[in-house]
Design a protein around this ligand. Structure first.
Ligand SMILES: [Zn+2]
Ligand SMILES: [Zn+2]
Ligand SMILES: [Zn+2]
Length: 198
């Protein structure tokens, strides 16, 4: 029995005219103008959505989607001539990576060559992101603690301005060197109570 696929309009090629379509195929829908509904693409591990639903990128594949592996003659844990197909979402991949005895090698296209990243540093940044999204960063600001580094116990001495606008990013003396980029600058710490007067 074939499953009935839930299809939606392809967003990648909506603006293509017929001439364009004649010369090239949309890599998402192969010019059928329809793609699989993103909410139906599920992770085998957690059963949750594989895609960042509700974003502009929900029609692009994320994580390991429809990956497959096949056993060979001397395979033990998988069977010979048998193909296994599965999807793992990014969250589950992160959990797998973190369990690895030998961490995955990491390279980031945004890194400078002098200071390449590795999995340990990548994980620190991921944990910082979670901490920030779970309110730790905001709470640190309210408590006047440095929030450039997760759980830094030092008192915040500076507030970061981006294009002269106030942010809740604040840092201690020790971590202030880490702030220097583009249109950001440090000013004396601005506590929550003073914010309305800015
Ligand atoms: Zn398309
Ligand atoms: Zn998952
Ligand atoms: Zn600090």
């Amino acid at each position: 029995m074939t499953e009935e696929l839930n299809l939606v309009d392809c967003t990648r090629c909506t603006n293509w005219d017929e001439k364009e379509r004649y010369f090239k195929a949309c890599p998402h829908c192969h010019n059928t103008k329809k793609v699989i509904a993103p909410e139906t693409v599920l992770c085998n591990m957690c059963g949750g959505p594989q895609r960042p639903l509700g974003t502009h990128n929900e029609q692009y594949s994320h994580g390991l989607e429809k990956a497959s592996v096949e056993g060979g003659y001397d395979s033990y844990h998988l069977f010979d001539c048998t193909e296994y197909t599965f999807s793992f979402c990014e969250k589950c991949l992160r959990e797998l990576f973190t369990k690895c005895k030998i961490p995955p090698s990491v390279s980031c296209r945004l890194d400078d060559i002098e200071n390449p990243t590795d999995y340990a540093r990548d994980l620190v940044e991921y944990e910082y992101r979670l901490w920030k999204d779970n309110g730790g960063h905001h709470q640190a600001y309210l408590d006047r603690k440095c929030n450039f580094v997760k759980d830094c116990l030092n008192r915040a001495e500076y507030t970061q301005l981006i294009s002269n606008d106030f942010t809740e990013n604040c840092c201690c003396e020790e971590h202030k060197e880490l702030w220097g980029y583009g249109n950001s600058k440090l000013t004396k710490f601005i506590p929550n109570v003073l914010k309305p007067f800015l």
